[in-house]
Design a protein around this ligand. Structure first.
Ligand code: LLP
Length: 418
């Protein structure tokens, strides 16, 4: 079960991970500080891997979720592949030792430079999002005298019932190609000598907590593949269902990985298809937290504000999506209060929690923003000239390793030419 409190939990009244008291980590490394658990990444990866043991499969960890090299290297050591969406992510995946044959490349706007890079690297396949992109991959592959494998990202017009910013499989979203349009394009695709049409890809959204949308999408893909096979597209051997499996941030019911796998496997095996999945959040989301110090406790007329040294630039999900992330004090005290937990950035939208019931908290306390392993550091910025935070990884034995130094003042000016 992928719960926010399974790796970072109170022992007595102190929040800890692998026996390490988090407030001491905050004192040692400073705040804001991202803290990750290697056990979390490993156990979630293994959970998916064993749920899929009944089918030939490849797990491509979605690098956009959390792209620290310490994390990608850990994923590589377990045999994970990578889902990348930019040349930069491809660079990271290769540097971390992920074999190119385990890398898939998605994204609606791949540039010529990025496509050339990936063709040269010899990745497993491109997940193509438009005919224009397919034409460009053909042109580049022809020039390089290479055969390049592609999957077509099909937009199945399925509602994943998640936040509208992170739903991607509806007709009105910019992603993928509809079945109807793909069929019209097939004669043209047939002429491309340098492409191998190997799979159907379909990422339908993120933070999905039921299996139903996946089943609907899989059934659409299977029907399409059966059709394609009849009309001579015998090379199609992969279905890539993308990522999207949700985690518990608050009171969601946990995603049922076993059930999901069973439903998918039973539908794909009769056609002898291989499965690729691109989980991100499911692996990283509850494997990390953000530690931040209460700089001031400000009692206003209407509200009490806990003003922290971490802000929306460090962790933007509550501000951007109105996302709920639990906030815990590293020391649990008797007594509770209702507060706003806000950052120092000059925007009213800079908050981690509003009207939140939290343990009685004082100036100088350390707070943990929970479920912060996915799309948190990955979306951090230097807005307000704030330095990007440090990140540490705790091993299963409780050893702590710095995997990213906090920015220095000089880092803020690097690359600028006054
Ligand atoms: N594959 C593709 C093609 C994707 O676009 C994504 C995520 C994934 C896999 C991984 O999805 P996951 O397993 O992590 O749900 N920033 C938002 C989420 C954006 C998701 C973008 N695509 C958030 O903080 O909720």
């Amino acid at each position: 079960m992928n719960r926010f409190d399974s790796y970072f939990a109170y022992l007595g009244n102190e929040l800890q991970c692998e026996g390490r008291k988090l407030q001491y980590l905050a004192l040692e490394y400073g705040t804001p500080l991202y803290v990750y658990t290697a056990r979390g990444f490993k156990e979630r990866f293994q959970e998916i891997d064993s749920a899929l043991s009944g089918i030939d499969h490849l797990i491509c960890y979605s690098i956009k979720t959390n792209f620290n090299m310490g994390i990608i290297t850990l994923m590589a050591s377990m045999g994970s592949g990578a889902d990348v969406v930019s040349g930069g992510e491809l660079y990271r995946a290769l540097k971390a030792g992920i074999s190119p044959e385990k890398i898939v490349f998605a994204g609606v706007g791949k540039t010529r430079e990025e496509i050339e890079y990936a063709v040269d690297a010899g990745i497993l396949m491109f997940n193509c999002e438009s005919f224009q992109e397919i034409e460009l991959i053909e042109e580049i592959s022809a020039a390089k005298k290479k055969k390049t494998a592609i999957a077509v990202r099909v937009n199945p017009d399925v509602d994943a019932k998640t936040h509208h910013y992170i739903t991607t499989g509806k007709k009105e979203n910019k992603f993928g190609i509809t079945v109807h349009m793909l069929k019209k394009y097939l004669p043209r695709l047939k002429q491309h000598q340098n492409l191998i049409f190997r799979g159907i890809h379909g990422h339908i959204g993120s933070q999905i907590i039921t299996t139903e949308p996946y089943i609907q999408a899989t059934e659409k893909f299977i029907a399409l593949i059966a059709d394609l096979k009849k009309s001579g597209w015998g090379n199609i051997e992969y279905v890539n269902l993308g990522g999207g499996m949700g985690i518990v941030y608050h009171e969601e019911s946990p995603f049922d990985m076993q059930m999901w796998a069973k439903e998918i496997i039973s539908r794909l095996t009769p056609l002898g298809l291989k499965l690729i999945v691109e989980p991100g959040r499911y692996i990283s989301g509850n494997s990390g937290i953000l530690l931040t110090r209460v700089t001031y406790r400000k009692e206003g007329e209407a509200k009490t504000f806990l003003i922290t040294d971490g802000g929306m630039n460090d962790l933007i999900r509550p501000s951007l999506y109105g996302a709920y992330q639990n906030v815990l004090n590293c020391i649990k005290r008797d007594g509770e209060e209702i507060v706003d937990v806000v950052g120092p950035v000059c925007e009213s939208g800079d908050f981690f929690a509003k009207d939140r019931k939290i343990t009685l908290t004082f100036q100088g306390d350390y707070l943990a923003v929970m479920s912060a392993g996915a799309y948190c550091m990955a979306m951090a910025s230097r807005y307000n000239s704030r330095r990007l935070p440090a990140e540490v990884m705790i091993s299963e034995g409780g050893e702590v390793r710095l995997i990213r130094k906090r920015d220095s003042w000089e880092d803020l000016l690097r690359n600028e030419m006054p």
